[in-house]
Write a protein that binds this ligand. Sequence first.
Ligand code: FMN
Length: 133
Amino acid sequence: MVEVRYFSKSGNTEAIAQAIAAAVGAEAHDISMPLSGNTDILFLGGAVYAFHIAGRLKKFIKTLSPESTAKIAVFSTAGNPGGASGLIKKQLQKRGITPVEREFHCIGGLAKDETVQKQAAQFAREIMEEAKQ
Ligand SMILES: Cc1cc2nc3c(=O)[nH]c(=O)nc-3n(C[C@H](O)[C@H](O)[C@H](O)COP(=O)(O)O)c2cc1C
């Protein structure tokens, strides 16, 4: 099962989540929606707020385990060009989870840009392809 979860305060990360979900034939949900069961691929997104990811996203990550989620691919938005993926990956690693090395990030203000949306969709399709190999 492929799942998409995100935390988004002002809609930028949500816009990327929607592009990813549409590309992989899944639905994007806020992290308040628990995962439905054993997950083959989880696309997990967040953003940077005052140099940190949201506490709610950290809490969600604490519910994950390597056993219940086979593969996690991270995406993020931020004001700075580096995104938040490194911060999210660090929290996953604390749980003993090694996320997919590749990640997608963009500047928040560009998240609804058509080109960026296409890049996010392409990223998601490539992760799906890699998972099949
Ligand atoms: C209160 C607040 C604090 C922020 N702090 C940072 C920050 O420390 N570093 C950064 O790169 N971007 C920062 N940003 C920019 C957000 O990461 C960026 O707008 C992001 O796309 C927001 O995602 P969202 O629309 O999904 O909530 C901040 C934004 C807000 C509203």
